[in-house]
Ligand binder design. Structure first.
Ligand SMILES: Nc1nc2c(c(=O)[nH]1)N[C@H]1C(S)=C(S)[C@@H](COP(=O)(O)O)O[C@H]1N2
Ligand SMILES: [Mo]
Length: 319
């Protein structure tokens, strides 16, 4: 079945249905129950991933207390069964389909305006960085939110390894793409998934490359083996299953911008006072409780990132 696209490319209807209809607590709790069965040893559980993953011994990593969140951490079973990962379908219930995502061998290509293009093996990369755990808020443009204990390393470390030339202004991030894994009805999308940050954003201390969560290697549905967490921006900025970092002097056009430029832009910083063309952004629904909570400017991370945007009033910073 083809998704309905009234104005060309856009998020499907599920994204605009009032939460009450789709963010059904019982559905989530059923997901939660499935999650606990998983933890008990289905073939998709972390235990099996640990055997295949040469870096599994790096988890759990020590928590960095500087990024604590006053809200409760979202239960793992919820965070791993309610996901956006369009490569595997447009519903939130794609965690089973996402098990088709390969994790090893995994090479990360670094190219563009750098001293020397290079290819890094994920496990070599993990040897060269210090993993830490950070508890971050995560706010989707569709108005659901969660709090996740990610494990990873500052993106700044990868930028330093890349040694970009001074002419580089942006980093374009590309997600893994295998047309054979994408369901037929999703093949019309402009793959691969692409996102971008300015170099200043990518080297801000909050920009975090995630390889694990909940004290274990990352689950496939959350973007294993390498995804971004840029918690002051709407969730779509944080690309999953990243394979390529290209340094460039041109602002990258991201996936959702290509899909619908009227509704999605480059900056996509969280702001409760700037509505999406089809819905207000003032309130978010906490995934595991269904509670409606107020959204904060920069998702509460203003002290870290507000300076990045001073004097940029001509830019659409919140779209
Ligand atoms: N490659 C890829 N990355 C992606 C997406 C996607 O569809 N494909 N969805 C984005 C969106 S809209 C959100 S909200 C987050 C969801 O992350 P989570 O499922 O781990 O909560 O991933 C982002 N990264
Ligand atoms: Mo999202």
């Amino acid at each position: 079945m083809l998704i309905r696209m009234a104005n060309g490319w856009e998020l499907p209807d599920s994204a605009v249905t009032p939460e009450a209809a789709w963010l059904d607590r019982r559905t989530l709790m059923r997901g939660a129950a499935a999650g606990s069965i998983l933890a008990a040893g289905s073939p998709f559980a972390g235990a099996v991933a640990a055997v295949d993953d040469p870096s599994a011994h790096l988890y759990p990593a020590k928590r960095n207390g500087e990024y604590s969140v006053e809200r409760e951490i979202t239960p793992e079973a919820v965070a791993t069964t309610f996901n956006n990962f369009y490569e595997f379908g447009s519903s939130k219930d794609i965690w089973r389909e996402a098990q088709a995502q390969p994790l090893r061998p995994w090479q990360v290509r670094i190219d563009g305006l750098v001293e020397q293009p290079k290819t890094l093996d994920i496990d070599e990369l993990l040897q060269r960085v210090a993993l830490e755990e950070r508890v971050y808020r995560h706010r989707c443009v569709e108005r659901w939110s969660m709090v996740a204990p990610w494990t990873g390393f500052p993106m700044r470390a990868l930028v330093e390894m890349a040694a970009p030339l001074s002419s580089a202004k942006y980093v374009r991030m590309e997600s893994y793409f295998d047309a054979n894994l994408v369901p037929r009805n999703m093949r019309i999308y402009p793959w691969p998934y692409v996102e971008g940050l300015t170099i200043a954003e990518a080297t801000n201390e909050l920009a975090f490359l995630v390889t694990g969560a909940y004290g274990k290697p990352l689950e496939k549905q959350n973007g294993a083996p390498l995804r971004l967490a840029a918690p002051w921006k709407y969730g779509f900025k944080s690309g999953k299953s990243l394979v390529r970092f290209s340094f460039t002097d041109e602002r990258p056009e991201n996936f959702w911008q290509t899909v619908n430029a009227r509704e999605y832009g480059f900056w996509a910083n969280v702001n409760p006072d700037v509505a999406h063309p089809r819905w207000s952004q003032k309130i978010e629904t906490e995934l595991h409780t269904g509670e409606k909570l107020p959204t904060s400017l920069y998702n509460g991370y203003g002290p870290w990132v507000a300076d990045l945007y001073s004097g940029m009033s001509g830019e659409q910073l919140f779209v």
